[in-house]
Design a binder for this molecule. Structure first.
Ligand SMILES: [Zn+2]
Length: 304
């Protein structure tokens, strides 16, 4: 299985406490709080800033509070989700998850991916899709409801991501029209309604690169809250590597790499690899290290 940086969260979600008001009240008094503001986190030296109950109490009217989980069976962790008020923070205090993910502990990684996915869902579900009335959080922020008791649960959009290999032990990566030049990565796409992960892999690879694959191998999954995905990783073997071609729409170029080519082009900057927190990078690194003692360098030069 892959080691996936954003999948290492360790906080116990303690879902039974979401409806236990007296237990939650007690946890809140001694709880640890984090602030998510629009698309960004309030941070200190590149990690999530921790606030106390009394600090959050003075802000509570301006936002919503969600229970994220329990540490060591006794410390409650909570998220305060609110818009940014003018001049409230120094710009360097407000950072995106992409900026800070590499520095976070496993505890904070779990808090950040859970909190961000949850907050972004709340922010875009302010009105009931059944009756149009305003919605509000219930059960500690794990659900939203309108006054007619239409309940809405947070959604996660599954997407598959595929590393395509061939019999000569090369990998194929693609370049997307919307990416910076020289950026190549694995193939990915959303799972469509009524589709299995495996069917989505076969369809995406055929659509975007024109090749037929077999020997699907599941490699792991990680949350990708930008805004609401979980990436499900597979490795496949191409039957017809010589037929690879970009679809010309989403993908403008596809290319096969040996380890030596990938290393040399990435070292020279001709090729920009995906960021280290991504599933794509973990899959490329894993393939590379199967037959090499070296590692692939390169900084995370790609933010979006
Ligand atoms: Zn409703």
């Amino acid at each position: 299985m892959l080691h996936l940086p954003l999948a290492q969260g360790v906080l116990d979600r303690a879902a039974h406490l979401r409806v236990d008001e007296s237990a939650l009240e007690e946890l809140m008094l001694a709880g640890i709080y984090y602030q998510f503001r629009d698309q960004r986190w309030v941070t200190t030296k590149g990690t999530l800033t921790q606030f106390s109950y009394s600090e959050i109490q003075t802000l509570a009217d301006a936002g919503e509070l969600y229970f994220l989980g329990l540490e060591s069976g006794q410390i409650g962790h909570f998220l305060f989700n609110a818009p940014i008020l003018q001049d409230q923070f120094d710009p360097e205090e407000l950072l995106s998850l992409r900026d800070i993910a590499a520095q976070l502990s496993f505890l904070q990684i779990g808090i950040a991916v859970h909190g961000q996915a949850l907050a972004l869902w709340h922010n875009s579900h302010r009105f009931c899709s059944r009756c149009g009335l305003e919605t509000f959080p219930i059960q500690s922020g794990s659900i939203r409801s309108c006054s007619q008791d239409h309940q809405h649960h947070p959604r996660t959009d599954p997407a598959i991501i595929v590393l395509i290999r061939d019999r000569d032990d090369r990998i194929m990566l693609g370049h997307q029209a919307t990416w910076p030049e020289r950026r190549f990565s694995a193939f990915a796409g959303f799972v469509e309604p009524g589709e299995s992960f495996e069917s989505a892999v076969l369809r995406e690879v055929a659509e975007e690169s024109g090749i037929q694959v077999r020997e699907l191998r599941y490699l792991g999954s990680q949350p990708w809250p930008f805004p609401a995905s979980v990436m499900v990783a597979y490795e496949v073997i191409a039957d017809n590597p010589e037929d690879a071609r970009a679809d010309g729409l989403e993908i403008t170029e596809v290319k096969w790499w040996t380890r030596a080519q990938l290393k040399s082009e990435s070292d020279s900057g001709e090729l920009i690899l995906p960021p280290k927190i991504s599933v794509a990078r973990a899959m490329i690194d894993r393939w590379f290290s199967e037959k090499s003692d070296e590692s692939l360098g390169g900084e995370d030069q790609w933010r979006n």
